[in-house]
Design a protein around this ligand. Structure first.
Ligand code: CP3
Length: 347
């Protein structure tokens, strides 16, 4: 039997295909997070953060919370970029109020600490969560999966934690580029396998987080970021030719153009330091643009929030645009300010 009513359109997917809307679709990086009381309540039930990521019922619940509360145009899978090193054999833990911890890789061991391939069985709870979320999402909501880009993930594996200016991985790139290349290659293969399984479990599109793009030199950005991301996108499309990608190269400045022109991305995520007028002129003719409100404008609220929102809407409304923040929403953000932002955008 065929249905008489056409299924509702997924607005965000349409933008990834180049469509422009008067009112852009919106989602928020880290939209499932500590600024929501209902998130904190679920979070308190999990033994630790990594177990939380591997609990399909809890991950499903927190992925859906911001959709229920705000009706965002996209849901992003609740997980973390560091499940990939974990599934490669490098256990990850999270220290409360500090962040992730891993056993730093020792270049002398030549990657012998890692499995040859990513252990997809370890990641089975993530795929289970995807199936559950997919079944529960409204038909018009785009479902995003994700992974970290190899340079960003490698930087955590090399330093064993977040470091302000990435000195450990930047130094390794000078001292032992062969090792860094081997590690990045391993992460490219792992990411292809992981993202293919996310698509097979039900996500509509994928975001690649290159959170540390801004730490690379002009030479390094091609070798360690743009080329590996391009290989991931091509590798996934070899199996899933219509796979859609948003590439977010945080802090990459003028190199956002290279992500747009060279990687095969369907859209380019821009951070809050990018002038949206520049993005409209330079990036939007190449690819749809996602971004880029300063997360602190949402903390501030009031006129400042309205002004910043209008500035981005005006600059980017002439072409395909997905409204988002320029980085993750911070825990201090009042929920009322997120509501204010949504009213401003949706009218
Ligand atoms: O966006 C979403 O709502 C989906 C879930 C998601 C998380 N992490 C959940 C999370 C996504 C897409 C990520 C990606 C991620 N994780 C990135 C790339 C994006 C970025 O922020 O640049 C990075 C670098 C990480 C690594 C990571 N995870 C760090 C540095 C931290 C600690 C910092 C912090 O904000 O606490 C995490 C923990 C983390 N990942 C939290 C959440 C909701 C907070 C932990 C908690 O609830 O206790």
């Amino acid at each position: 039997m065929t249905s008489l009513s056409a299924s509702p359109r997924k607005k965000l997917l349409a933008v990834l295909e180049g469509e422009r809307f008067e009112k852009p679709p919106i989602w928020i990086m880290r939209q499932a997070g500590r600024y929501l009381a209902e998130y904190r309540e679920v979070r308190a039930k999990a033994k630790n953060f990594i177990e939380f990521c591997y609990s399909p019922d809890l991950a499903t619940e927190v992925t859906l919370q911001p959709i229920r509360r705000f009706g965002f145009d996209a849901a992003i899978l609740f997980s973390d970029i560091l499940v990939v090193p974990d599934a490669l054999g490098l256990p990850v833990s999270f220290v409360e109020n500090e962040g992730p911890r891993l056993q730093p890789l020792d270049p002398a061991l030549n990657l012998s600490e890692l499995h040859g391939e990513v252990d997809l069985d370890r990641l089975a709870p993530v795929f289970q969560a995807i199936r559950q979320i997919k079944a529960a999402l409204p038909a018009e909501t785009t479902f995003l999966g994700f992974c970290g880009a190899p340079w960003t993930v490698a930087s955590y594996m090399i330093a064993g934690k977040g470091t302000p200016e990435l000195a450990p991985s930047r130094l390794l790139a000078y001292r032992n580029p062969e090792f860094l290349e081997r590690l990045i290659n391993r992460l490219v293969e792992a990411s292809i396998a992981y993202l293919c399984r996310q698509i097979e479990a039900g996500v509509d599109a994928l975001q690649i987080f290159e959170s540390f793009a801004g730490a690379l030199t002009g030479d390094g950005i091609g070798k360690y970021s743009i080329e590996p991301i391009t290989r991931i996108i091509n590798g996934v499309r070899a199996k899933h030719p219509h796979a859609k990608f948003i590439v977010f190269g945080r802090g990459s400045g003028g190199n956002h153009v290279r992500y747009a022109a060279e990687t095969g991305a369907n859209a380019i995520g821009i951070d809050w330091a990018v002038d949206p007028k520049w993005a409209a002129k330079t990036l939007q003719p190449l690819k749809p643009v996602q971004g880029n409100l300063d997360p602190l404008a949402v903390v501030a609220g009031g006129d400042a929030l309205n002004r910043q929102t209008d500035h981005i809407l005006e600059a980017l409304s002439g072409g395909p645009h997905i409204f988002n923040l320029g980085h993750g929403i911070v825990p201090e953000t009042p929920v009322a300010h997120v509501e204010q932002l949504l009213r401003r955008i949706r009218g």
